[in-house]
Design a binder for this molecule. Structure first.
Ligand code: ADP
Ligand code: ADP
Length: 209
């Protein structure tokens, strides 16, 4: 299974990816997680990425594309992968197609998780993650256990200003990849509002269509 999860910031891509990769037994490849790991290491590249990410902008294609394409050619992706947060622009989508064609493989599905803009800010602002397990929580909708409260991370780009900017970027730069995948006949739309368990079932259902 080679698939992509697309959706605005806070749509639930990371939450759903964590559940689905267990079912499909494929690696979860999140460009955002890869970039944050690089920032944490304090490398020159990390500093460059941080500069673009912290205010809610996109990392330029010429930086993003080689990092992600290199990752999807590693041995653990032989049976497939779940991309989360990539592609985010039309040139990224085209570069991914080219790389996959070179390897003689193709995408099976692109799942678009649809959530109205007015819900995104609240989802992202109250998001917290556990650096030890990678689990994603929400202070209201999926509260973390009290004993791990001290180690939870609040992303520096999960502020009102940065989230609003990321949502605007999503509409301007990422939404154009939707017709691109519709034309290829592999786009599957899923309503991202509701209980996360129900949404997982919706995604599995469209993947079986
Ligand atoms: P979210 O979970 O809110 O959708 P991500 O964790 O996927 O956010 O990404 C966080 C940030 O990392 C983005 O706002 C952007 O700055 C950068 N980023 C991640 N993936 C990409 C990409 N494919 N192209 C450009 N920038 C990216
Ligand atoms: P994305 O990766 O698309 O940015 P996340 O999976 O990180 O989104 O989810 C963003 C926030 O919303 C997290 O705090 C998460 O716990 C919460 N969340 C995820 N799915 C739902 C849902 N179906 N209903 C309410 N909150 C959700």
């Amino acid at each position: 299974m080679r698939m992509i999860l697309v959706g605005p910031p806070g749509a639930g891509k990371g939450t759903q990816a964590a559940r689905l990769v267990e079912t499909f037994n494929i690696p979860h490849i999140s460009s955002g997680d890869m970039f944050r790991a690089e920032v944490k290491q304090g490398t020159e590249l990390g500093k460059q990425l941080d500069h673009h990410m912290k205010l809610g902008g996109l990392v330029p294609d010429e930086v993003t594309i080689p990092i992600v394409l290199k990752r999807i050619t590693q041995a653990d992706t032989a049976a497939g992968f779940m991309l989360d947060g990539f592609p985010r622009t039309r040139p990224q989508a085209e570069a991914l197609d080219k790389e996959m064609a070179k390897a003689g493989v193709a995408l099976d599905a692109v799942v678009l998780i649809e959530v109205p803009d007015q819900l995104l800010e609240e989802r992202a602002i109250h998001r917290r993650s556990d650096p030890q397990t990678g689990a994603i929580y929400h202070l209201k909708y999926n509260p973390p256990p009290a004993e791990i409260a001290g180690r939870l991370v609040h992303r520096s780009d999960d502020t009102k200003e940065a989230v609003d900017k990321r949502v605007a970027k999503y509409h301007a730069e990422t939404a154009p990849i939707i017709p691109y995948y519709m034309e290829k006949g592999i786009l599957k739309r899923v309503d991202g509002v509701g209980d996360p368990d129900v949404i997982t079932e919706r995604i599995k259902a469209v993947l079986n269509d």
